[in-house]
Design a protein around this ligand. Sequence first.
Ligand code: PAF
Length: 282
Amino acid sequence: MLTVKTKSDLRQALHGARLAGHSIGLVPTMGNLHEGHLQLVRAAVADCQCTVTSIFVNPLQFGKSEDLNSYPRSLVYDTNLLSETGCDLLFAPDITEMYGIAGSMKTNILVSSITQNHCGKTRPKHFEGVATVVTKLFNLISPDQAYFGLKDYQQYRLIEQLIADLDFNIKLNGLPTARDDSGLALSSRNIRLSSEQRRAAPALYQQLQRTAELILRGNQDLRRLESEASRSLAAQGLEPDYFNICHARSLEMACQHDKDLVILAAVFAGDVRLIDNVSLTI
Ligand code: PAF
């Protein structure tokens, strides 16, 4: 596996693959890789002749009071893991390489509507940062296929919309959330959980499943289910940010007639923010 840190080295490294007519798969990440990321990379390796993984902790998607500085970084460890997956190319730029000198970048990509609520409410500029960096990666790499985890469901819907709206000729693949034995969704942030928070954290997925089950059994009082779920999470030591039963595509609050639903939730375990979701069809 080749590691490149500049855009020009990236273009040069991809030139051969392009000339040979090889299909290119992209897995965008912020590093500190876990099994969930590796599943995305393995899927890309299986589908495409050339797999590119990017590792870039994107400052544009962190708010001022968020964990940009403490976000775990582990490039050497990540490089070793990646080289065992069959990944061909690692793109690991620094901030100046990606955005130029501070303040020189003047363009932001805003995907409206689906980004307004849920995580978008608590993290106002987050999705603009995600859309902007993903657009840059798509332009730099021109992948045939891109791979994202469905744990970040709202992000996945954003990318789907972005690809359609900006005419990217990219097949989007959303892979199921990877979980540990307790059901906790794998996340780079999990290593920041104390042992007590770690014990409480699986309650999030358990609550999502319980609420989904109640809906499937015919309970239609969705707003009440949301508030009961939030209360139950708080009682288990997880401070709810939101617990919303939504239409699976528009991400608007679901009503009784909707059939395809997704329950989106975010909680704080101390200062560690955890998100998860469950999809269901009635
Ligand atoms: O999901 C992530 O890790 C990030 O939001 C992404 C897509 C790599 C953009 O920085």
